[in-house]
Design a binder for this molecule. Sequence first.
Ligand code: HEM
Length: 387
Amino acid sequence: MSSAPTLSIDPAAFHADPYPILAEMRAGAPVCFVPELGATLFTRRDDVFVQEKRIDLFSSHQPDGLLTRVMGANMMRKDGDAHMFERKALFPALSPRTVRDVLAPQFRDIVQGHIDRLKPQGQCDLVTDYAMPVAADALRVMTGLTNMDAADMDAASQAMLDAAANYQRDPEVDAKGYGYAARVQTLIEERLPELRAAPDLSIISVLDQAGLSVDAIAGNVRVIIGGGQNEPRDAIAGTVWALLTHPDQRALIAAGQATWEDAFAEYVRLVAPIGMSPRRVAKAGEACGVDFEEDELIFFMFGSACRDSAHFADPDRFDLTRDTGPAIPFGAGPHFCAGAAASRTLIAGYALPMLFDQLAGLTLDGPVPFAGWAFRGPTTCPVRWTS
Ligand code: HEM
């Protein structure tokens, strides 16, 4: 066990609202061992920013971890050259140029299609009726899994993530997660002959063109479905909630004093959709004055780092005028989110502005509960509009 001070938490309270507990940790025990999570947490922004780059000590390679078992070997759980090879192979599918020239026009059409479908209804749950299908359709385009529909994509993402967090080994959760993992591979194998005949810039195609095996493609596509579905969903619905509950901030956009990019960046700072990224201690060593033993588990707490008052004045406030530069909701090391540019374009370029422009009188229609600390977002977001 690490030499960090031990700090016990109430897991239910942490799940409901981790921020007061994380603030206490940052102030009093910024690197602390939490027995209920079986891990040592790094909670300050500068510690996460520096230590995440020490891959010799804090490794992503976790071959026995649940995520690797469910999803298969993938770039997120590799280090060094093995990681870089797959990361470089993925680049053409999500590069700024591909986002601008290939993905952006498709994102715009996807968003328009969902707004046209919803507009006559006058009300909806923004999480399940808008943010979820927008994120899923964008992911179908990015991955090349056009033989999957939006609901299936969402179900696959949730089932595989649930199995990857199934520390209680519930057999039903495992059966569902591993079932969807197998289905994803079948769907990739179904698409490969077409993509080999006509290669494109989809994730499946670029990984295949770089020579990855079908198993390696499947491992990476599964992890991208896991991370690329819920996070844009949570960021879309969450940013809408933040703007509807802070009309003064929304007015800044209307007045041209802030942008949709500012709103997206400030929301993911305030409520990081991925609050934590785990690492395994690769060898005994020291960091931030704490001694670590080989094979311990540590968590880099992005959600906490993004509310560190050393960088953000009044960090619990939603403020579009602040400098979000030091925020790290997409990570701060070699595993920095490969989908960050695509997400920004989908959400700040289309999903937010088109929704507010086209649904007049958009307003909240009920409470918006939030849940989670490793993954966090609104569980429902009822809204209505006038025309
Ligand atoms: C708002 C949306 C998103 C957020 C907040 C987010 C956040 C993150 C975070 C925190 C990490 C881990 C970084 C680390 O450990 O240092 C990550 C990794 C990753 N993300 Fe995202 N993500 C989002 C959307 C997406 C999308 C849409 C895709 C792909 C289509 C994607 C692909 C990836 C990949 C491939 C990795 C692993 C990169 C590597 O291991 O080198 N993400 N993301």
